[in-house]
Design a protein around this ligand. Structure first.
Ligand code: NAI
Length: 287
């Protein structure tokens, strides 16, 4: 068995945009795909079966194997039902691409608690719910592939997306620990921040910029990360428009104080503390 052949992979939010492209790529390379989509609008309102059904039909037309699911990633029950669909239909679950997402943009001054909660629920709890539902299966079979879909809005920040950015970088924190805890069970966890023209970005970036970003450029990286051959874990990639780029946290040597310093002593060393001109990949000093 190589690549993703005969691997059972759940792609959440796969009824359109990037998720559809991930599902098509995985299926065309031999994976059996659970095509999940709630079928709602960009802000998460509404629901329906047409989006997931459409992608399943596309996969089947080209001889691939897929099954639709219409549950929400935002609830543990929804995530459990997707894993159940994978096991009931294809006998196992080997990979999860946690892609489903919504937007409720507002500047932080104007952001309501509802806007915050809805976005965190779908993105961060969505990723958590999916990983949690698949985890025991992955551990038992000593194989699992998780790809969290993060965002440059989380990695770098973006005006109007405090809720979205917090949730998206939360997924990277979740990934870091799942990569550590999953290592002995053959489970990898990675994250991809895509850049692509979809309904999510149609009014966010200029049309000529979006024209260079078809979702098809992102999907092969997702398929590689799910494959048996790719054993890298805890990596973050920014992928779009033909560029595939790894992103990592770096740390400088820092400044060592022998005694608790005064604020003035901290200020005196501030330029040295903040200087990143010589920095190396950061490590957890506690572990
Ligand atoms: P999209 O809106 O086309 O796709 C998101 C899909 O998730 C939709 O089909 C939607 O129905 C589904 N969905 C929403 N809530 C759901 C829920 N609770 N349960 C199940 N499905 C649900 O947008 P796009 O661009 O394809 O986004 C896919 C992922 O990529 C999202 O996580 C998004 O945040 C992320 N992303 C996209 C970027 C881009 O440039 N398009 C940039 C950075 C991140």
């Amino acid at each position: 068995m190589t690549g993703v052949v005969d691997r059972v992979v759940i792609v959440t939010g796969a009824g359109g945009g990037l998720g559809r492209e991930y599902a098509l790529s995985l299926a065309s390379h031999g994976a059996k795909v659970v095509v999940n989509d709630l079928g709602g609008a960009r802000d998460g309102s509404g629901a329906g079966s047409a989006m997931a059904d459409g992608v399943v039909a596309e996969i089947k037309e080209t001889g691939g194997e897929a099954v639709a699911n219409y549950d929400s990633v935002a609830t543990p029950q929804g995530a459990a039902a997707m894993v159940q669909a994978a096991v009931a239909t294809f006998g196992a679950v080997h990979g999860v691409v946690s892609n489903a997402g919504i937007l409720r943009d507002a500047s932080f001054a104007k952001m309501s608690d509802e806007q915050w909660d809805a976005v965190v629920q779908v993105h961060l709890y969505g990723g958590y719910n999916m990983a949690r539902a698949a985890w025991s299966h992955f551990r038992e079979q000593k194989f699992g592939r998780i790809v969290f879909v993060t965002s440059t809005s989380g990695l770098y920040g973006n005006f109007g997306q405090a809720n979205y950015g917090a949730a998206k970088l939360g997924l990277v924190g979740l990934m870091n620990t799942l990569a550590i805890e999953g290592a002995k069970s053959g489970i990898t966890a990675n994250a991809v921040a895509p850049l692509a023209a979809t309904r999510m970005t149609e009014d966010i970036a200029p049309a000529e910029f979006l024209a260079k970003l078809p979702p098809a450029f992102v999907a092969p990286v997702i398929t590689h990360l799910v494959s048996e051959e790719c054993t890298d874990t805890a990596n973050v990639f920014v992928v779009g428009g033909g560029q595939v780029q790894r992103v990592q946290q770096f740390a400088n040597a820092g400044v060592q104080f022998a005694q608790p310093p005064t604020p003035q002593e901290v200020a005196q060393k501030w330029s040295e503390i903040t200087d990143m001109s010589v920095a190396v990949p950061g490590k957890n000093p506690l572990g």
